[in-house]
Design a protein around this ligand. Structure first.
Ligand SMILES: [Zn+2]
Length: 107
């Protein structure tokens, strides 16, 4: 499988099914819908914020990536739903690897 941020590579990998076209975020060897073969692409890291919430360890965002999958990540506390977001990666004190972190896209 293509390495991603969980392997220490600062990127999100989007998987797509060759047979049914289904797309998803978490990596699997086969399509979760039809067990078809999988192709992967690396996300360009841009999307739209769906929701945000403040947690004990900081703000969390739910983001629809341009590649058609919805992902969770840490975010700038000022980030709001409906705005374009860009993906970066940041290490936290409790994180063994740099984790997805969304910021407002500056045009
Ligand atoms: Zn499929």
């Amino acid at each position: 499988m293509t390495t991603d941020w969980t392997d220490g590579e600062p990127r999100i990998v989007v998987s797509a099914c060759v047979d049914c076209g289904h797309r998803w975020y978490l990596r699997r060897d086969r399509c979760p819908r039809c067990a078809g073969a999988v192709t992967t692409t690396i996300s360009a890291g841009r999307g739209a914020v769906v929701a945000t919430t403040a947690g004990a360890q900081g703000a969390i965002a739910l983001v629809d990536l341009a590649e058609g999958v919805r992902v969770l990540g840490r975010c700038d506390p000022a980030l709001r739903p409906g705005v374009p977001a860009v993906l970066t990666f940041r290490a936290g004190t409790d994180d063994p690897v740099a984790v997805p972190y969304f910021e407002a896209e500056h045009s």
